[in-house]
Write a protein that binds this ligand. Structure first.
Ligand SMILES: Nc1ncnc2c1ncn2[C@@H]1O[C@H](COP(=O)(O)OP(=O)(O)OP(=O)(O)O)[C@@H](O)[C@H]1O
Length: 291
């Protein structure tokens, strides 16, 4: 069960950002975000957000629901364009890329989103082979080897000929993960990859994310509501809300941090500086209004 507070949009001033200790792996940033501003209509999602994701790390982005975590991933992958600021991935300015450039860049990014469903009429093998067949001209014998290696990496080589309806939810996630790494991406983005999983499946998927990251020299960006599991595998965590980074640090440092916002989030407390109401006019005005 998620221990995050329900919907949390701060209505009171938030404390200044807490930077907790030096980054454990101060490598070249693979993703570098500067002065990011993004609105949805009148609503400011990001206001001058700065954030670096160093190569080789598992970096988690956490924060209250509706705070813009999925939006951030979409901005990084170029699916959305910022109103201001810059986003560089592997040295390339995402916002300056044309369609071909974006296509090329996205081939370097594996994505495992909540919605990344398997193609139901294709076997496990064919699901994983799909991106290789679509995006490369590799020989079928080589594709076979690559698919089996990816399935081995997620512990499902033996299930290559199963159909998606024969898989448990956790197995289906693992096949989707094998498919996400089929093209040997530089980085992999996970958006709530454990939603709906039981604790054992979740733990297994988490361990897999860490293992794949280290074995394949990936860089992983993980958006998850599961505080405890995420603290267990991440190298670095960004807590975002109110359009900016409110705190960042190693799991250990955040666990020891005493600022009320960090405590509320890490401990999953319903009460604290962050409120759970989506911004709205006073209730009486709404109730008296004509609708
Ligand atoms: N297509 C859209 N059109 C308009 N507003 C949107 C759209 N998608 C998201 N939003 C709004 O943008 C804000 C950020 O959404 P986003 O999905 O990025 O949040 P999140 O932090 O990932 O939330 P959750 O943790 O609940 O998945 C929300 O207020 C949401 O209502």
């Amino acid at each position: 069960m998620s221990s995050v507070p329900p919907l949390a949009i701060a209505e009171t001033p938030v404390p200044p950002a807490v930077a907790v200790g030096p980054h454990p792996l101060p490598g070249e940033p693979l993703v570098e975000i500067r002065g990011l501003c993004f609105r949805r209509g009148e609503r400011v999602i990001f206001a001058d957000l700065d954030l670096d994701i160093p190569q080789g790390t598992v970096t988690a982005v956490m924060g209250p629901s509706g705070t813009g975590k999925t939006t951030l991933l979409k901005l990084i992958t170029g699916q959305l364009k910022p109103d201001a600021g810059s986003i560089r991935v592997a040295g390339e300015k995402v916002t300056r890329l044309d369609q071909r450039g974006l296509f090329r860049l996205r081939r370097q990014m594996g994505m495992l989103f909540q919605s990344s469903a398997l193609l139901t009429d294709l076997s496990v093998f064919d699901n994983v082979a799909y991106p290789l067949r679509e995006h490369t001209r590799l020989d079928p014998a080589l594709i076979r080897q690559l698919v089996l290696l990816k399935l081995e990496a997620v512990g499902l080589r033996g299930g290559w000929n199963l159909m998606p309806n024969e898989l448990s939810g956790g197995m289906a996630r693992r096949v989707a993960l094998a498919r996400a790494i089929a093209l040997d991406p530089l980085m992999i983005l996970y958006d709530e990859p454990f939603a709906g999983q039981d604790p054992i499946s979740m733990g297994m998927l988490m361990a897999l994310i860490r293992q794949l990251n280290d074995a394949a020299h990936l860089t992983s960006i993980l958006v998850s509501h599961d505080v405890q599991e995420t603290l267990r595998i991440a190298d670095w965590i960004f807590l975002i809300a109110e359009g900016r980074v409110l705190a960042q640090g190693t799991p250990q440092a955040l666990l020891q941090d005493t600022s009320p916002w960090v405590r509320q989030f890490i401990d999953g407390l319903p009460d604290g500086p962050v409120h759970f109401h989506y911004p709205a006019p006073p209730l009486t005005l709404d109730l008296l209004g004509s609708g």
